[in-house]
Design a protein around this ligand. Structure first.
Ligand code: 13P
Length: 336
């Protein structure tokens, strides 16, 4: 695939219902996922697991991009093929997480994402390793007077500064302002916090003349807090999320690919499908799921080579279900 223009790259990733497999867990996060199945998080185990995912049949036609972690973009498969080539051979574009995690803002509970220092040099190397797009995640919390204006402003400005440097390096920036689900907040509070973030983010991108047609947004859906007993239902989540996006996101953005953020795999698919069934927006609404795509595959794998094909079937199934949801043609009966 010889895609060099950032607008073509962004459109390619979300074409025809395709979405993104987020496989960019840092080593500590990957360690937590592996702990849940009793597998040691060694470099080789992480390689074997990801190689298995990337070779799944259901990558083809359903996955347009894969987000990698620094270790993975440099790794080779057991037979010596680079993991980047395996991804490309499946028709997906390799992407890379380029932020360097979170730092607390003063002694508050809020954080600012790190990674602008030395970013240009890191991007040049990732480009030479085959990356076509990049990701930067900002984290925003709800509760105890949060989010503060300061946390929103500083994080959205950092996202816009990052996006500018990425485009100067000929890659597509994926901008991820994640409003966390954690807490007892209402769907309205999530709507308000998400709205403030998106509004500030697109003003900052505009100020820096970031090319919106060569950018992908990775937002949270607008949902009730994860600790709320009676949560807003699927149709309410779909309606509020579309309303929030329509009020804040320019219509020439090619793709919006949601994070799953702790939603179950089925909820993530059902919510995406409900939005696409409502329709009436110009962007492609698709997925960039980590846990919601990988969880069933991880459980099927359990670190054992002999489980590889079951695990690959599990990933392939979720990839297909989410592609159908991105086209608004999923139904729960297809899950059996
Ligand atoms: P989840 O879908 O598991 O939230 O992961 C997506 C991601 O890349 C978070 O940055």
């Amino acid at each position: 695939m010889d895609l060099n223009n950032i607008e073509d790259i962004a459109r390619y990733i979300v074409k025809a219902g395709k979405g993104i497999l987020a496989a960019d867990e840092s080593n500590p996060t990957c360690g937590k996922r592996f702990d849940s199945i009793g597998v040691e998080s060694t470099e080789q185990n992480r390689r074997d697991y990801r190689e298995m995912l990337f070779r799944s049949q259901g990558m083809r036609g359903n996955i347009g991009g894969v987000i990698l972690f620094d270790e993975t973009i440099r790794q080779e498969a057991e037979d010596g093929t680079s993991l980047v080539k395996i991804i490309s051979d499946q028709g997906a574009l390799p992407g890379i997480k380029v932020d360097q995690g979170l730092k607390p803002i003063g002694d508050s509970e809020e954080s600012i994402t790190q990674g602008l220092d030395g970013l240009d040099a890191r991007l040049k190397e990732y480009y030479s390793l085959g990356a076509k797009f990049t990701k930067w995640r900002a984290v925003i919390k709800i509760g105890n007077s949060m989010p503060s204006d300061d946390a929103i402003q500083s994080n959205m400005v950092a996202l816009a500064d990052y996006a500018k440097v990425v485009q100067e390096n000929h890659m597509v920036p994926m901008v991820e302002p994640e409003v966390l689900m954690d807490g007892t907040h209402s769907i309205q509070e999530c709507f308000d916090a998400t709205s403030r973030c998106l509004n500030t983010l697109f003003a900052a991108l505009d100020e820096r003349r970031v090319n919106i047609k060569g950018t992908i947004l990775k937002p949270n859906m607008v949902t009730s807090g994860s600790e709320v007993a009676h949560k807003a239902d699927k149709n309410e989540v779909a309606k509020q999320t579309i309303k929030c996006l329509k009020e804040n996101v320019p219509s020439d953005l090619p793709g919006i690919t949601f994070l799953s953020g702790g939603q179950s795999d089925l909820d993530s698919t059902a919510h995406l499908d409900a939005m696409n069934k409502i329709g009436g927006f110009s962007w492609k609404l698709s997925f960039s799921y980590g846990r919601a795509l990988q969880q069933p595959a991880l459980k099927a794998w359990m670190g054992k080579k002999e489980n590889a094909s079951l695990a690959q079937e599990a990933l392939s199934h979720r990839a297909l279900m989410n592609k159908l949801a991105a086209e608004g043609s999923w139904s729960s009966s297809l899950e059996n």
